[in-house]
Design a protein around this ligand. Structure first.
Ligand code: GAL
Length: 227
């Protein structure tokens, strides 16, 4: 039985997703472990014994997604108390059992999800050499989704620190990688291979792909919700 943190960022209007996500976590997520949801938010979210709310100011798009690793790095003191850390987007829902198959193993201390748009091949890597997320044509095998990943707390927090620093370096050069944080985690995972989860763990609600549905990525009105 491990202590596991599920990290969710829900600033601004994203707080609306928390009640359903929390309920689905209780029903399906690593049920034989001691799971705590950490919600980073500027909204009033009712705390529970296993739902901690950490104040986080809302930042306008795209910083709200780009700076997620800044948030984890800033809170590392608290987060490093967990054995394992997972991140999932707020607008997701667990719809089936997610168990020990997602835990890291002896070979890999990070876990990442193959992107549901590229399981047949292809990628969305950052292609500008000036960016610290740059991936050359001969690099990378699997393109990962930014929406669900994790690892031992040590590996996850180390990754967060490295990505945060790279994003800051880019910003100083006025560069934002093409898919924000997702471009950076993809660069990082080329150099630090993870255990690979299928697109079951980032299954787009509105698509039909040949995988079991485990963690749904919900359709949302991006324009309204990011405003
Ligand atoms: C989209 C997804 C984006 C990003 C992009 C990469 O389907 O909504 O968040 O992952 O693919 O090409």
């Amino acid at each position: 039985m491990y202590n596991i943190g599920l990290l969710v960022i829900a600033t601004g209007k994203y707080d609306r997703f928390i009640p359903a996500l929390y309920k689905s976590m209780k029903n399906h997520f690593l049920k034989n472990h001691n799971v705590t949801m950490f919600v980073f938010s500027d909204q009033e979210i009712p705390k529970k014994e296993d739902l901690k709310v950490i104040y986080q100011q809302h930042e306008p798009w795209p910083n709200s997604t780009l700076k997620r690793y800044h948030i984890f790095d800033k809170n590392k003191e608290e987060l490093q108390k967990m054995d394992y850390l997972y991140y999932c987007d707020a607008d997701m829902l667990f719809v089936d059992e997610v168990g020990d198959e997602i835990l890291p193993d002896l070979e890999f201390d990070l876990v990442a999800t193959e992107h549901p748009g590229f399981f047949g091949g292809g990628n969305s890597y950052e292609k500008r050499k000036e960016s610290s997320a740059f991936v050359d044509n001969n690099e990378g095998e699997i393109y990962y989704a930014g929406g669900f990943n994790g690892g031992t707390s040590e590996a996850f927090l180390k990754m967060s620190e490295v990505i945060k620093n790279r994003i800051d370096e880019d910003l100083e050069k006025n560069i934002i990688a093409v898919w924000h944080d997702e471009s950076h985690i993809n660069r990082y995972l080329i150099d630090n291979k993870p255990k690979v989860l299928s697109p079951s763990y980032c299954y787009p609600e509105n698509l039909n792909i040949p995988f079991e549905k485990k963690l749904l990525a919900l359709i949302k009105n991006h324009k309204e919700i990011r405003s």
